[in-house]
Every structure is written in C-alpha cells, then in structure tokens.
Ligand binder design. Structure first.
Ligand code: FES
Length: 79
C-alpha cells in the first residue's frame, strides 16, 4: 500500500528545464524537490519520468494533487 504524497507547496515550481529525461518527485519527500532523489524508497510511490524536447519553462506540481503529473493543473487552488 502506498503512503500519501507529502504536500511540498501549494503553488507550482516554475523552472526552466534543459532537454532530456527528468524524474519528478511524486512522493514529496525529496531533498532535491521537484526532482526525485530516491527518498520514495519504501513509500510505494515512484517518480514520474518525463522527457523535455527543447529548453522550456514549465510549472511542476508541488502539491502532488495534479491529474497531469508532473505538470501543475491548478489543483493546488482547491487545497
Ligand atoms: Fe519522491 Fe523519488 S524522492 S518520488
């Protein structure tokens, strides 16, 4: 059984990402949030691996309630 993700913040992390593969922290326990650092071990939660094609500014979910992980979908406004 999975633990509940930890709410890191109630607003997204706006960040410019380089092209490549990234791992978004879905558990909220990473010391390197919004990226996975392996702290999800034993939580039953796994990171969301996603690709960025070209350098772009994105809004990554920090409340962990998004339906469109890893990206913010506005769900934080309902917390
Ligand atoms: Fe949170 Fe890996 S540390 S998903």
């Amino acid at each position: 059984m999975s633990e509940e993700p930890k709410i890191v913040d109630t607003s997204p992390v706006i960040i410019e990402l380089e092209p490549g593969t990234h791992a978004w922290c879905a558990c909220g326990r990473s010391a390197n949030h919004p990226f996975c650092d392996g702290s999800h071990a034993d939580s039953g939660i796994t990171p969301v691996i996603f690709d960025i094609e070209e350098t772009s500014k994105v809004a990554l979910c920090a409340c962990k309630k998004t339906s469109g992980a890893p990206f913010c979908d506005g769900s934080h406004s309902a917390i």
